[in-house]
Design a protein around this ligand. Structure first.
Ligand SMILES: Nc1ncnc2c1ncn2[C@@H]1O[C@H](COP(=O)(O)OP(=O)(O)OP(=O)(O)O)[C@@H](O)[C@H]1O
Length: 298
């Protein structure tokens, strides 16, 4: 939780409760110290994580960074090509934004990169080839929040590769899941069903699960869509930390200012590559105009 958020949230909740009735005001007086304490605790944990990281399983030696190379990759749904002849590399340790108009093929590209979709033509090379080096965060709309599972178990499931798909998470995994929830400011939601979480908290939860996966490459589909600014700031700080650790980050973004500010590399898509390289060079008005025109021509 960011400093701004933990300051503003109690104030707005307090104002709302005080405005309802004298009972609301009394309720606020009794809970305010705890809410402020939670906010301060979450803020401290996030700061600690951003400064120091935290050890999972005794901080095993880190494997080499991961790269993903597209070589003339094409994706087709039915008869309609979603992506044509994509070539280029997300270099090991790079932090890239993927941008483009609606329907430009951004999610499809991420699924190809993750190996969730096979190209109809061309190929995709992952280095290392081990699929466990890559974590994929889908769009929230693809997550079944009606599934009856607590936030803690949802995060612990992120580590299934370590304990096996047929086993249940052990105490160590659950402890790691608790730490990950604390890092993203969700300790107090651990036992709540995921369907009860707000959009911002659901996104924090997904990041907590990524913390447990602990992979060298993270592919994120619109990680900041429709969440409040404070949550976006916190989660972007976590991404920057991962980048600083040498992990490869690829995120589909709609906020171009955010891409310019925080992502050194950028791929502009319009069912094909319009530009791919340093963000300051490729994310220009001209490229974006070309991308919109290319989509109209499709
Ligand atoms: N499973 C699917 N079946 C059929 N068509 C699909 C499927 N997934 C994507 N498409 C089509 O492929 C094209 C690219 O879709 P994609 O979701 O990759 O674009 P996008 O750039 O991520 O879009 P948005 O910004 O709107 O999320 C679209 O025309 C879409 O309708």
């Amino acid at each position: 939780m960011s400093e701004r958020h933990s300051r503003q949230l109690p104030e707005s909740v307090g104002a709302a409760l005080r405005g309802v009735s004298s009972a609301g005001a009394a309720l606020w007086t009794s809970v305010e110290p705890r809410i402020r304490q939670w906010g301060a605790k979450a803020r401290t944990r996030l700061r600690h994580y951003l400064d120091e990281g935290y050890a999972l399983d005794g901080e095993a030696a880190r494997p080499a960074a991961a790269s993903i190379t597209f070589e003339g990759a094409t994706a087709i749904f039915g008869d309609a090509p979603a992506l044509r002849d994509i070539s280029g590399t997300f270099a090991a340790g790079s932090m890239s934004a993927v941008v483009g108009p609606n329907g430009a093929g951004k999610s499809t590209l991420l699924k190809l990169a993750a190996g969730l979709l096979q190209p109809r033509a061309g190929m995709i090379r992952r280095e290392p080839a081990d699929p466990r080096a890559i974590a994929f965060l889908p769009q929230r709309s693809e997550i079944d929040t009606a599934f009856p599972i607590t936030a803690l178990d949802f995060v612990a499931l992120g580590a299934w590769r370590r304990y096996g798909s047929l086993a249940t998470p052990n105490d160590d995994t659950r402890d790691s899941a608790r730490q990950a929830l604390a890092v993203v400011g969700l300790s107090d939601a651990a036992m709540r069903p995921i369907g009860e979480l707000s959009i911002g908290n659901l996104q924090r939860l997904l990041f907590a699960r990524l913390l447990l996966l602990d992979t060298r490459c993270l592919l994120l589909d619109e990680p900041f869509a429709a969440i409040d600014q404070a949550t976006a700031d916190d989660l972007l700080a976590v991404l920057r930390r991962w980048h600083g650790e040498g992990r490869t980050i690829v995120a589909v973004l709609h906020d171009l200012d955010q891409a310019r500010e925080a992502f050194p590399e950028c791929l502009v898509l319009a069912r094909r590559v319009m530009a791919w390289g340093p963000t300051r060079c490729v994310l220009t008005e001209q490229t974006l105009r070309d991308a919109r025109q290319a989509m109209q021509g499709n």
